[in-house]
Each structure stands twice: as structure tokens, then as C-alpha cells.
Design a protein around this ligand. Structure first.
Ligand SMILES: C[S@@+](CC[C@H](N)C(=O)[O-])C[C@H]1O[C@@H](n2cnc3c(N)ncnc32)[C@H](O)[C@@H]1O
Length: 285
């Protein structure tokens, strides 16, 4: 791949998904895109780039963008966020939402569904306290492919062995040959939608809790700040934002402030007096 091909691909990825590749990630691009090029009947990356530059290659460009996303995830990833959900977030919301009895949770960049389903299982474990509540969990991702897997809720032995307590496997999954499928009642708790975080997401409505984990690490600071600002505009003033272990708002935005003593958990900053609207979305096609 020539430096020009690499720069072209970097530009497309930044524009379409926010992925901010440094100048030395050619190996990553090659390892992901050479197989894709071959599958498309092309000799290699130069031919792939040429085809993308020509007209009518929208589907191929989408495939390139999706191939470059990192979809690594697993059930109850990092454990602590789900402890926070069970021990801090849910008790607070059970109290504050007692009269309206609704709860809306968004798993932004949900990949293959393990995060929203972990949230669903946490809530199911609190079924007695949540009886009569209207619960909505929304899982979104840029990639249609991961969303298809999410909707099916079917996982390999390897995937259910990563992070999922055995009691929950037995309780909420059915074995199908060598695979495991989440029971329909857990699957029905999550609605999936394709959504690019660079684009307007105000149409999703307002949320009490947002999990936005292990995706902002791939973006540059300007994009990250923009997404934080727009999450602040869809989260309730007493809602909570859960970030990944390597992500933080500190020193980046004052739209949120850390929840005391709970690593990774944030709340909208009341001193900001709510979101400033309208908010500009990052350009993405
Ligand atoms: C590493 S996974 C994180 C999954 C899950 N949140 C977790 O922490 O386990 C990152 C996900 O972000 C998605 N993604 C990347 N760029 C995105 C964008 N611009 N908008 C929405 N999703 C995006 C990818 O498709 C991928 O599934």
C-alpha cells in the first residue's frame, strides 16, 4: 500500500466512523483489508482504494469501515460497571423514578450484544423490585453485522465462558448444539438499532442511563467532546453515564462530572444547566 492509499483510507475512516488512526497503523489496515479485498476479487489494497475512489462503491466503502471497527466485547466486561449498575445506579433510580416507573437505558456501541444483555440480566435479577415498571434497553452500533448477531443472541461456548457467571448461563440461556442462545424474555428486553455516533442521535429520546464504553478511545478529542456534549443532551439531569476503563471526561469536557468513588461512572454537571442546543453533529456520511 502506498502512503497515498493509506492517507486516503485514514481520511475515509475518520470521516465515516470517527476512527482516528495514527500514521503507523498500516499493519492493522493490511491485516483487516487485504482479506476483504481478496473476497471482493481484488488483488490488494491499491486496487481496493482505486475501486473505492471510483463511483458506485458505497457498499464496498461500508464494508471497509465495518472491517476496521474493533468489536471486542464480552459479558459483564470489567465487572465493576455492572456492580455499579446493581448497587448504585438501580437503587438510586428505583427511588427517583418510583412514581413514573419507567427506565430507559442505552448501550451505545453495543457490538455483538453482550453489554446490553448483561444489563438486561442485571435488571432481570431485580425483577421483584421492578415489577410493573416499563423497561427499555436500546442497543446501537455502527455495524449492521454485529447488530444481526446481537438480535440473534446466539453465542459460542468460548463467548459464554468469558465473564458470564455460570448461574446466569444456566438461568438465561438455552443450549443449541455447541451454541448458547439467550432466552426470548431477555432478548425481548433489548431493541437494536443501527446508529453512527457521529450522526444525530436525538431521535432516540431521553435516557436514564447511558453505557458508552470502549468506543471513544478510537476517536480524537474533538469528536469525543462533541459526542459527550450530545450524550449530555439526551440524558436525564439525574441520569448516569458509564464509560470504559480507559475513558474519562476529566480534562476533556465539563458536561459530566465523576460520580463520587465510583470508577467510570459520571453524571451530567448541574452547573452546566442542561445541554446547549442545537448541537452540531460531527460530519459523517
Ligand atoms: C470495542 S467495541 C465495544 C463494545 C462494548 N461497548 C464493550 O465495551 O464491550 C466498539 C464498538 O463500537 C462500534 N463503533 C465504532 N465506531 C462507531 C461509531 N462511529 N458509531 C457507533 N458505533 C461505533 C464498533 O462497531 C464496535 O462494535
Amino acid at each position: 500500500m502506498t502512503p497515498f492509499d493509506y492517507d486516503y483510507l485514514r481520511g475515509i475512516l475518520k470521516q465515516r466512523s470517527g476512527l482516528d488512526l495514527s500514521a503507523d497503523k498500516q499493519y492493522l489496515v493490511e491485516s483487516r483489508l487485504v482479506p476483504l479485498a481478496r473476497k471482493a476479487g481484488l488483488a490488494g489494497i491499491p486496487e481496493l482504494v482505486q475501486k473505492m475512489k471510483g463511483g458506485g462503491a458505497e457498499a464496498l466503502t461500508t464494508e471497509v469501515v465495518e472491517a476496521m471497527t474493533t468489536n471486542e466485547t464480552f459479558f459483564f466486561r470489567d465487572k465493576v460497571p455492572f456492580d455499579h449498575l446493581r448497587d448504585t445506579i438501580l437503587p438510586a433510580l428505583l427511588q427517583s423514578r418510583a412514581s413514573r416507573r419507567t427506565l430507559r437505558i442505552w448501550s451505545a456501541a453495543c457490538s455483538t450484544g453482550q453489554e446490553p444483555y448483561s444489563i438486561a440480566m442485571c435488571l432481570k435479577e431485580k425483577a421483584a423490585q421492578l415489577a410493573g415498571w416499563r423497561i427499555e434497553i436500546v442497543g446501537t452500533d455502527l455495524s449492521q453485522e454485529v447488530l444481526e448477531k446481537s438480535r440473534a443472541g446466539i453465542y459460542s461456548q468460548f463467548e459464554v465462558q468469558r465473564g458470564l457467571p455460570i448461574q446466569l448461563l444456566v438461568k438465561y440461556f438455552a443450549q443449541i448444539g455447541e451454541l448458547w442462545q439467550l432466552n426470548p424474555d431477555i432478548r425481548a428486553m433489548v431493541q437494536y438499532r443501527q446508529l453512527n455516533l457521529l450522526q444525530d442521535f436525538s431521535g432516540l429520546g431521553r435516557f436514564d442511563v447511558v453505557f458508552c464504553r470502549n468506543v471513544l478511545i478510537y476517536f480524537d478529542q474533538e469528536t469525543t467532546v462533541n459526542i459527550f456534549e450530545r450524550i449530555a443532551s439526551v440524558i436525564e439531569p439525574d441520569g448516569m453515564l458509564m464509560l470504559g476503563a480507559a475513558e474519562s471526561v476529566v480534562g476533556i469536557t465539563n458536561a459530566f462530572r465523576p460520580y463520587p468513588d465510583k470508577r467510570g461512572l459520571y453524571q451530567p454537571n448541574p452547573e452546566r444547566g442542561g445541554a446547549r442546543t442545537p448541537l452540531r453533529v460531527v460530519a459523517a456520511r
